[in-house]
Design a binder for this molecule. Sequence first.
Ligand code: SF4
Length: 352
Amino acid sequence: MTEPTPTATPVAIGFTRDPAGARELLARASGALLDDRRPLADEELAALAALPDDQVVPLAALAHQVRLAWRGPNVEVEGILSARTGGCPEDCHFCSQSSRFDSPVKATPFLDDAEVLAAARETAGLGASEFCIVLAVRGPDARTLARLTELVPMVRAETGLNVAVSAGILTDDDARRLAEAGVHRYNHNLETARSFFGSIVTTHRWEERAETCRLVREHQMELCSGVLLGMGETDAQRLELLSQLRDLQPDEVPINFLNPRPGTPLADRQPIDAWEAIRWIALFRLGLPGTILRYAGGREVTLRDLQAMGMTAGINALIIGNYLTTLGRSPDEDLRMLEDLRMPVGALSAVI
Ligand code: SF4
C-alpha cells in the first residue's frame, strides 16, 4: 500500500540489500526494450516496481533511454482550454468541477467562438502543436456536439493546430461525428484501476470509460487516456492500471498527480512523495515504451524541484499554461526547462 507522505517530513531513501539482483533486473529490462524491442510482461514490471528507493535513479535513467529509443528527443507541447467549467453532474471524488461538492469552482457556460479562438492563437504562439478543448460534462448532449463539430474545423483553419477534445463518455454516433469534424485526438482518462474506480466514482462505471476509449480508436481518432496517481490506490492497483492501459493501446497517456482540491472528498489527502512520483513516471514509460507520456496536472505540487528529473525519467510531452481549475507554472519556465535540458520542442511523429 502506498500511503501518502506528509510533504513536510523527509523520507529516508530505502537501500537495496541485493544490488547485484537489482542490476540484473534492470539489465534484463534494458535488453528487452532496447535490444529486442520487446514490451515487458506485467510480471517484469511488477518486479521493477518493487525495487528499493535507491534504485529509482537507474530506473529513471533506463526509462529515459527507452523514451529516446522509442520516441526520439522531441517534446510535444499542448495547451488546454476549459471551454465549459464546473457544474458536472458526476461525482469523481478528486474533481472540483463536480456540482455535488461544495467547491469554489462555479459553473460557467460554453465559451463563445471568439474566446476559444483567442486561446487557440495564444497556444499556437507558444510553439504548441496541439490544442485541447475540455468540457466538464458526463458526455456531450446534442447542442454541445453541434458546437464542437463547428468549432474544431474553425480552430484548425485559423491556427493550424491539431485539435483534441475532451467531452466525457461518447456513443458510437458521437465518436463518428467528432472524427468527421476533424478531431485529431480524443481525451478520456481511465484515471485509476478498475478495482479502485468504485472508491472514487459512483455515478458511472470504469467499463463505460473503457468503452469510450475503444470507440475513439474504432473511429480512428488518436486516443489520449490519462491517469491520476495519489488517490489512495495501492502499488498493485497502479500496476493493474498500467496493464489496463496497455490493453487499450492509447497514443497518449497524461500523468496527473492528485492536487487535493478544497471541498472535494479527497481534499485532505496529501500529495504523493516526489521520489515516488519519479518511480511511477519511469514505470509508466517502461510499460508504455511507444506512447506519448505527458506531464499534466499536479506536477508542481508533487514534484517541486524534481520536475526536470521527470523529463529525464520518461516524460516526452507537456501541458503548458494553466490546467482546468488550477494554475500551472508559467509557460516561459517550462520552455526554459526544456531549453536547459536540450530537449527540442516539436510535434511528435505517429506512434511507433
Ligand atoms: S472528472 Fe470529468 S466527469 Fe468527473 S466530475 Fe470532473 S468533469 Fe465531471
